[in-house]
Design a protein around this ligand. Structure first.
Ligand code: ADP
Ligand code: ZN
Length: 613
């Protein structure tokens, strides 16, 4: 591998994992830990956290211990390492006694470089003493946010890690997580007793993901349209309710798509089975509640669709983040319905705890502003996490060029009449009744709805009753929120969010001031040309698609034979590069990302035969 031998770490990266270069901060983190120092690494999903402890483990003579709470993932990780020729093993409750014993024997003989351990195992009596007999040189704490009760996934067992630390004060610790609120970060450092450790924080931008938000009109039709761009590719559809996951999955199956539902109502074994089928590409589309995702690190998820509104921006980011870990272009589409928003708002207002109500209400407002906003999605997502989006040249920019708002900017419309009707309706209601009402009721009056409250309060006698019939309820709800967000009307949070007209708003009526608003979300999909533009922005490469399909076919054969997920044989990214470069020799194959020495020896000839054939 002469080409890459210039620096030892890069050479090792190529030799073992087949990657030509490090992802952002991987090298810095690895160098810090190799210098014997503690470190905290905060990298987004798909940022390549595992490599930060796997690579240094190979350059040390002793054992690296990885503490991870996700038992289901341990086997995958270990299988993947073995595929790359790295001696790894795990100990958790899923192993039987014989398997456990076997692993221990190998450990005592010093044959294992990386050991995965669940925190429960770590707490078992005598475990520290046993570890002391092994040549323990390095500890990695995966999903380190689990140690913090401020995190979203607190695991009390993680607190045992402090004991490990005290017992092995000279063994450096690397804590890793993708979730990074200040508080959790400080907690991790404190709980692990590593307050002087350096913290490495990568950008949370996911350059290969595209974001698109469309109004949910006929969801099945829209989903099928999105799927048409992803023939044979894996994806997740998130739904709010169990019943919905079932019905959407059923519809898709009827249309000949391999889909299944996943939710907390299924038994543990059913869930495991469906998850395995998805990971092994026997199921193409997982229609799931948020119960699905944490323990899945399938790198080739090409799309995530939100059928319903996510809980908040943070959840949206985490859920969409499950797409495109391998760095290939992947699509995130949210089917937006302002009806969902109204339902959520109602639901939140029923919460008994006031703080909870306030937090959830604020989060929902932020989410709606994000969804209905006309700003670049990437810019506003990152801003939410306190990060300024920077383009390829490293300079701050306000457009990513790949999201819906960048590709098809939203039109401005003259909304003077809309605003006049809306504002005068609010005023008439309060004049007539002596009290104010919320957005939904104002819209009902405009639409001429007939329900009990309208009759009881006599709102059907107002001159603005039914004047808005020319537009849909959805549109009115949308414009109502726009009118609020530009300050003509405000929802008084101290009085159940009833609408009050501001001084600015009064001028719209009194002085007939013109009002311009953004048109609602664009319903049409992207044109073929826009899609090409988007792919280019996301870093897609040109490759021979027929050859790619042939390689995929070959890969699934190998995967089946070995009982491994296809991506463990070669990633899609690697196959695309092969299909782009059409190498005809082993040395040609060597230059491709994802082909290390072991894979070259295992599959080199077979791949060359597919390319040549
Ligand atoms: P995380 O745990 O941070 O979500 P992973 O460790 O699962 O990320 O890595 C995500 C994917 O990126 C994996 O498929 C991994 O093989 C790949 N990867 C990691 N580092 C690199 C690199 N330097 N170059 C190319 N691919 C990489
Ligand atoms: Zn954008």
């Amino acid at each position: 591998m002469g080409l890459f031998s210039s620096d030892p770490l890069t050479a090792k990266l190529k030799e073992v994992f087949g990657f030509p270069k490090f992802r952002p901060l991987q090298r810095e983190i690895i160098e810090e830990t190799l210098a014997g120092k503690d470190a905290l690494a905060i990298l987004p999903t798909g940022g390549g956290k595992s490599l930060c402890y796997q690579l240094p483990a190979l350059t040390r003579p002793g054992l690296t211990l990885v503490v991870s709470p996700l038992i289901a993932l341990m086997k995958d990780q270990v299988d993947g390492l073995l595929e790359n020729g790295i001696k790894a093993a795990y100990l958790n409750s899923a192993l039987n006694e014989e398997e456990s014993k076997d692993t221990w024997r190998q450990l005592y003989r010093g044959e294992i470089k990386i050991l995965y351990l669940s925190p429960e195992r770590l707490m078992v009596e005598g475990m520290f003493e046993t570890l002391a007999q092994l040549n323990l040189e390095f500890v990695a704490v995966d999903e380190a946010h689990c140690i913090s009760s401020w995190g979203h996934d607190f695991r009390p067992e993680y607190r045992a890690l402090k004991g490990l630390r005290d017992r092995f004060p000279n063994v450096p610790v690397l804590a890793l997580t993708a979730s990074a609120t200040e508080r959790v970060r400080a907690d991790i450092l404190e709980m692990l007793g590593m307050s002087s450790a350096r913290t490495f924080i990568a950008s949370f931008n996911r350059p290969s993901l595209s974001y698109r938000i469309i109004p949910r009109l006929s969801p099945m039709k829209q989903i099928v349209e999105i799927l048409a761009d992803h023939k044979g590719e894996s994806g997740i559809i998130y739904c709010l309710s169990r019943a919905r996951t079932e019905s959407v999955a059923e519809e898709l199956v009827k249309k000949g798509i391999k889909a299944t539902a996943y939710h907390a109502g299924l038994s543990g074994s059913e869930r495991d089975e469906r998850q395995d089928q998805f990971v092994q590409d026997k199921i193409q589309v997982m229609v799931a509640t948020i119960a699905f995702g944490m323990g899945v690190d399938k790198p080739d998820v090409r799309f995530v669709i939100h059928h319903d509104l996510p809980k908040n921006i943070e959840s949206y980011y985490q859920e969409t983040g499950r797409a495109g870990r391998d760095g290939l272009p992947s699509e995130c589409v949210l089917l937006y319905s302002s009806g969902d928003a109204a339902k959520l708002r109602q639901f939140i207002e029923q919460a008994s705890d006031q703080t909870e109500r306030e937090v959830a209400g604020r989060q929902l407002t932020q989410l709606l502003q994000f969804a209905e906003g006309s700003e670049c999605r990437r810019v506003s997502l990152l801003r939410y996490f306190g990060e300024q989006y920077k383009g390829d040249d490293g300079r701050p920019t306000l457009a990513c060029g790949a999201c819906d708002n960048c590709l098809t900017p939203r039109q401005e419309v003259d909304a003077t009449e809309i605003a006049q009707k809306f504002i005068s309706c609010i005023l008439r209601i309060s004049k007539h009744s002596g009290f104010s009402v919320g957005l939904a009721h104002v819209v009902d009056v405009l639409m001429g709805a007939q329900h009990e409250k309208i009759r009881r309060w006599g709102h059907d006698s107002l001159s603005t009753y039914g004047v808005g019939k020319g537009r849909s309820k959805q549109e009115w709800l949308y414009y109502g929120r726009e009118i609020m967000s530009c300050g003509l009307v405000w929802a008084n949070p101290e009085r159940f969010n009833v609408l009050e007209v501001t001084g600015e708003g009064m001028l719209v009526l009194k002085e007939r001031r013109p009002v311009t608003l953004r048109a609602p979300l664009v319903t049409s999909g992207l044109t073929a040309e826009k899609k090409r533009e988007q792919k280019k922005q996301l870093g897609a490469i040109e490759y021979d698609t027929d050859l790619f399909e042939k390689l995929r076919h070959w890969r699934s054969g190998v995967a089946r034979e070995k009982g491994l997920p296809a991506y463990m044989v070669f990633s899609d990214a690697t196959l695309q590069q092969i299909a782009a470069m059409r190498p005809s020799s082993r040395s040609g194959l060597e230059t491709i990302s994802g082909i290390g020495e072991k894979k070259l020896a295992l599959y080199g000839e077979a791949v060359l035969a597919v390319v040549g054939g």
